[in-house]
Design a protein around this ligand. Structure first.
Ligand code: NAD
Length: 246
């Protein structure tokens, strides 16, 4: 039986970056609790995705979106006449010190940070109407240095700051804004670590709970944050990292 606090029947959810990984698991978690769930991804259509990559689009409504393009976010907003929960899970990273190049730094900040503000601003009216929730996926990288990734780090620290500020600014509108800071979660983004046996083993040793996180670990937290169970939590970015930062 669905806990009444976690019953999302009749609610509309949109997950930016819900085509794979954490966003996709979160999409299915809301769907399993009764919500009508929309997801975005960068590819032209849902048939361009494959379950082997961590993308299951069954039962979800798919929209193509490049979050670096503000006009595309504005066009996406026009497709909705109600929205209860917006989850911003879009994100990218560039490895091999590429983010030290100014154009790459700017691209990562555009996708990981600037687009959060555009999405939040565009959907503000619908979230206010619904007295809804905005959930921003940041990272534990918001709280420590990541030497190879200045763009990723700055964008995620910015995301946590934006969560605080929108949390305070929009609480009077009845919108609760909160965030999630995942540690290391097995997704497409982290294959560079999880597919390398030596790196994987060293990483697991550094995580107190003794395992790499699963996208479902983040999905459960999103269900909680959007629910009445979290009705008094505002502007917080909750660290969910198996104890890694400790
Ligand atoms: P993922 O690669 O599976 O998902 C990333 C999502 O972002 C995809 O849906 C993709 O379509 C979308 N995306 C990428 N570029 C985009 C763009 N230009 N416009 C719109 N959407 C775009 O990886 P994930 O691990 O599920 O990442 C989800 C979020 O979690 C990201 O914000 C990421 O930074 C954050 N995060 C992940 C980890 C981890 O260990 N996996 C840790 C901390 C934070």
């Amino acid at each position: 039986m669905i806990d009444p606090s976690l019953d999302y029947n009749g609610q509309t959810v949109c997950i930016i970056g819900g085509s794979s990984g954490i966003g996709n698991a979160t999409a299915h978690a809301f769907r399993n609790q009764g919500a009508d769930v929309h997801v975005t991804g960068t590819r032209a259509s849902e048939t361009d995705y494959d379950a082997a990559e961590g993308s299951d689009l069954v039962g979800l409504t798919y929209h193509q979106l490049d979050a670096a393009d503000d006009s595309a976010i504005i066009a996406l907003r026009q497709k909705f006449d109600r929205l209860d929960i917006l989850v911003c899970s879009q994100g990218m990273v560039m490895y091999k010190r590429a983010e030290f190049e100014p154009e790459n730094f700017a691209r990562v900040v555009q996708v990981n940070l600037n687009s959060l503000m555009t999405c939040a601003g565009e959907f503000h009216d619908l979230l206010k109407q619904a007295k809804g929730s905005l959930i921003i996926i940041s990272s534990t990288a918001a709280f420590h240095a990541t030497v190879g990734n200045p763009g990723y780090n700055a964008s995620k620290a910015g995301a946590a700051g934006l969560t605080r500020t929108l949390g305070k600014a929009w609480a009077p509108d009845g919108i609760r804004v909160n965030g999630i800071a995942p540690g290391l979660i097995a997704t497409k983004m982290t294959k560079v670590t999880t597919d390398n046996p030596q790196r994987r083993e060293a990483t697991v040793k550094s995580i107190p709970v003794g395992r790499i996180g699963d996208p479902d670990d983040m999905a459960g937290l999103a269900l909680f944050l959007a629910s009445p169970l979290a009705g008094y939590i505002v502007g917080q970015t909750i660290i969910a990292d198996g104890g890694l930062l400790l």
